[in-house]
Write a protein that binds this ligand. Structure first.
Ligand code: AP5
Ligand code: MG
Length: 223
């Protein structure tokens, strides 16, 4: 059972690393941000949730806890899962710990620590494929053809909350509500790992995560 919790501020690379880990471990990537955006687009969630997300604040614990529990109950999580962006409050952390302990699941929490100035630059340069979800960065991982996805040719989009004032709000929510979760997880003795994810490329950070959680990577395909 591989239960990995990717923890870190906005722009720390949770989504990027979750995509690499999910390919390697063949367990689902559960991103609360992606799930919320999908449900807002599909009008399953109303304007109030969309407005909260666009302001950079967190949505309610009740909504997110219910969404995650419903997702974790699906059979594809039997061999493990990668949580990205959850838990983000102490109430969410307590709920998750109870869920894990009741099932005897031993998780590892990986904290991607990134310098704030790096975060702003990364998020201002982020682009994403609306069709397949591939992440790009104008500075560090540009697409081959400017503005279009390498994999399916769709026009890349900028996330609505990636404007500088909203990024600052998101960082503020992180400091007030989410950073204490890290202290809490350490204090109650969960298995936690902190990595400096400011300078290395996504591939380097991925190698470090694999080493830290002792995942043996498959050999690269022969050329
Ligand atoms: P969410 O979608 O989770 O956003 P976030 O936490 O702000 O994180 P991001 O997705 O912006 O960053 P990331 O860490 O995934 O970085 P990425 O890999 O993309 O949440 C959005 C909103 O939903 C919240 O504000 C809230 O309203 C709501 N929400 C979600 N979960 C919630 C919860 N649990 N409770 C309540 N509300 C919730 O990388 C960023 C960029 O950097 C990319 O361009 C990437 O290519 C680049 N990059 C990545 N790694 C590197 C590297 N090593 N070197 C150089 N560039 C890199
Ligand atoms: Mg993300």
């Amino acid at each position: 059972m591989k239960a990995i919790v990717l923890f870190g501020s906005p722009g720390s690379g949770k989504g990027t690393q979750a995509k690499l880990l999910t390919q390697c471990l063949k367990v689902p990537h559960i991103s609360t941000g992606d799930m919320l955006r999908e449900r807002v687009r599909g009008a399953e969630l109303g304007n109030a949730v969309a407005e909260t997300m666009q302001s950079g604040a967190l949505v309610s614990d009740e909504l997110v806890n219910a969404m995650v529990e419903e997702r974790l109950a699906r059979p594809d999580t039997a061999d493990g899962f990668i949580l990205d962006g959850y838990p983000r409050t102490l109430a969410q952390a307590d709920r998750l710990i109870r869920w894990l302990d009741e099932r005897g699941v031993r998780e590892v929490v990986v904290h991607l620590a990134v310098d704030y100035n790096v975060i702003i630059a990364r998020l201002m340069g982020r682009r994403q494929c609306p069709r397949c979800g591939t992440l790009y960065n104008l500075a560090s991982q540009p697409p081959h053809k400017a503005g279009f996805c390498d994999l399916d040719g769709a026009r890349l989009v900028i996330r609505e909350d990636d404007s500088e004032p909203v990024i600052r709000e998101r960082l503020d929510s992180y400091e007030r509500q989410t950073r204490p979760v890290w202290e809490h997880l350490r204090a109650v003795g969960r298995r936690v790992i902190e990595l400096d994810a400011s300078a290395g490329t996504p591939e380097v950070v991925f190698q470090e995560i694999c080493q830290a959680i002792e995942v043996v990577q498959p050999a690269p395909p022969e050329k």
